[in-house]
Design a protein around this ligand. Structure first.
Ligand code: HEM
Length: 508
């Protein structure tokens, strides 16, 4: 009896000591770093030196937190420490970070035949949430899904949404001003929180037809659950592993609840769109009717459709809000640019010209968006994908299937092409005679993607952002309220509050 008690205690002590050492010296990470480098060797063709590689941190590698939440800081830090081409880990998957235009071109010139990384190398939770969405599938599956979902996003289609989107932006700004202003002459805008709902509802109306109050309420009720699953996916951890579905983790339960509610809500919205069509209440078929028809005739999978609709309404809209917030912060911080924009709006925008003005790709408003997205791309690193053939990139020979990501911050801000005023917000650089010659910037400016496969929503998202910017700046003068010296771009932050003061002569 005594002997067995002693033995149990010895075993417990050994296990505790091992766990302590494993945690204290991060042994799992060290062991995996060594193994992964041996398993996936990459050497410089001339010097024979191994590719600079970040250590693997168990279990996420660098993971989404380092890549996306702290991407802007890490773009600089990793570039300084590891050079212009290096490798990071997303889970157990190596991803080569390319930072120079010539390397981007070598990889992305045939992006339409690239293979997207399975669930963006983010593991089980991401696979269940968005693993089959348009942006993360490849080959024939991608072609089918793109064909079935792209009609409402083509440039021509975007022209038909102008009136509705303008109406959404007017209503939204008017209700914010009424809610937040004591005096009706000034109020404070908190870009992220105050604006999120605007493109969300505007895009939902485009996809499903004008939502009834009940559908709108039900949709908004799904948002917190979706946010919580997405946050868990970004944090990673055990839900990266498929085995996590057998454990009573809250994140797995939240995922199941969200997927059930999302499917149910889409069915209700589809039924309502059909009702409106059949009663003649709606002039045109809502796009969701055609998308459900593609599921019914077998050319698209229901799960792929639901995930693609999630991708459009949740995943990509969240990044759009970041982009919109930055554009407004820049306008508030650079009064000269704001004044010039207001002049252009007063001169060029009338009810008859609003479509042409808002969809133009060459006016000052468009240049404001391009410049804002240059300085603060919505994410610092692109999603992971591989080319179908081997590539020589810088001095490294990389086999087919090697995964690549692009350091958008390095390209957009710190590439010599943009110097010497590369950190200044100067929309004029995009005017004729500036840097905008397509060949100069084709692989040196990341916004909607490189090569032939690019963002599906690019015309619609630009329209939504422009309509809101126009509505805001023509009625209200924007200024940053901050203790800091805000004219220095490095201290600007997209979560800063923006003071909005009614423009003289615009009192209602
Ligand atoms: C400022 C906001 C946005 C930016 C900067 C942006 C940028 C991008 C980028 C870089 C890609 C990846 C292209 C690739 O390399 O494969 C992408 C894909 C995609 N985006 Fe956007 N996006 C934005 C907003 C939106 C919105 C609002 C939608 C909603 C319809 C949307 C729908 C999509 C879809 C469905 C894909 C996948 C396309 C495909 O793989 O065929 N995006 N976007």
């Amino acid at each position: 009896m005594l002997l067995s008690i002693i033995l149990v205690n010895i075993v417990a002590a050994i296990v505790a000591a091992t766990l302590f050492l494993v945690r204290r010296y991060d042994l799992l990470s060290r062991v995996f770093t060594t193994l992964l480098k041996l398993w996936y060797p990459i050497y410089d063709a001339d010097t024979g030196l191994p590719m600079p590689t970040l250590p693997f941190i168990f279990p996420n590698g660098q993971g989404n937190v380092a890549k996306f939440l702290h991407g802007h800081e890490n773009s600089i830090k990793w570039g300084n420490e590891y050079g212009h081409i290096y490798r990071i880990w997303s889970g157990f998957h190596g991803e080569i970070v390319v930072t120079r235009p010539e390397d981007v071109e070598a990889v992305f010139r045939d992006s339409h035949i690239h293979l997207k990384a399975n669930a963006n190398d983010s593991g089980y939770l991401m696979h269940q949430l968005l693993g089959s969405c348009l942006g993360l599938v490849s080959g024939a599956e991608w072609k089918n899904l793109r064909r079935a979902t792209e009609p409402p996003f083509l440039r021509n289609a975007a022209t038909s949404y102008v009136g509705a989107v303008e109406e959404h932006s007017k209503e939204h700004i008017a209700s914010l001003a009424a809610l937040k202003s004591d005096t009706s002459t000034s109020w404070k805008l908190e870009p992220h929180g105050d604006l999120r709902i605007y493109p969300f509802l505007a895009l939902a109306d485009i996809l499903y037809g004008r939502l009834t109050p009940d559908l709108k309420e039900r949709l908004l009720a799904i948002v917190p659950g979706r946010d919580s699953v997405f946050r868990a996916m970004v944090q990673g951890g055990w839900t990266r592993f498929p085995i996590s579905r057998f454990f009573p983790f809250k994140d797995i339960r939240d995922l199941r609840t969200f997927k059930r509610d999302w499917g149910h809500w889409n069915d209700l919205a589809h039924a309502e769109a059909i009702r409106k069509r059949d009663t003649g209440e709606a002039k045109d078929d809502a796009p969701v009717i055609h998308m459900y028809a593609r599921v019914a005739d077998g050319s698209m999978d229901r799960e792929a459709l639901l995930q693609t609709l999630d991708e459009m309404l949740f995943a990509n809209l969240d990044v759009s809000i970041g982009g919109l917030a930055w554009a407004l912060v820049f306008l508030a911080a650079y009064p000269r640019v704001q004044d010039r924009l207001v002049q252009e709006i007063r001169a060029d925008l009338t009810p008859e010209t609003s479509g042409t003005y808002l969809l133009s790709q060459s006016n000052y408003l468009h240049h404001v968006l391009l410049e804002s997205a240059r300085l603060r791309p919505v994410v610092a690193f692109s999603v992971s994908q591989s080319a179908p053939t081997a590539r020589r990139v810088s001095n490294f020979l990389l086999p087919a299937g090697t995964k690549f990501i692009v350091d958008a911050d390095q390209l957009n801000v710190r590439d010599p092409l943009w110097g010497p005023d590369n950190t200044t917000f100067r929309p004029e650089r995009w005017a004729d005679g500036g840097v905008k010659r397509a060949k100069d910037i084709r692989y040196c400016y990341w916004r909607f993607g490189f090569g032939p496969r690019v963002c599906l929503g690019k015309y619609v998202v630009d329209l939504m952002m422009k309509a809101l910017i126009v509505e805001l700046v023509r009625g209200w003068e924007l200024r940053i309220e901050s203790e800091k010296e805000w004219a220095n771009m490095e201290v600007l932050d997209s979560s800063m509050k923006i003071a909005c003061t009614r423009r003289v002569g615009d009192e209602k």
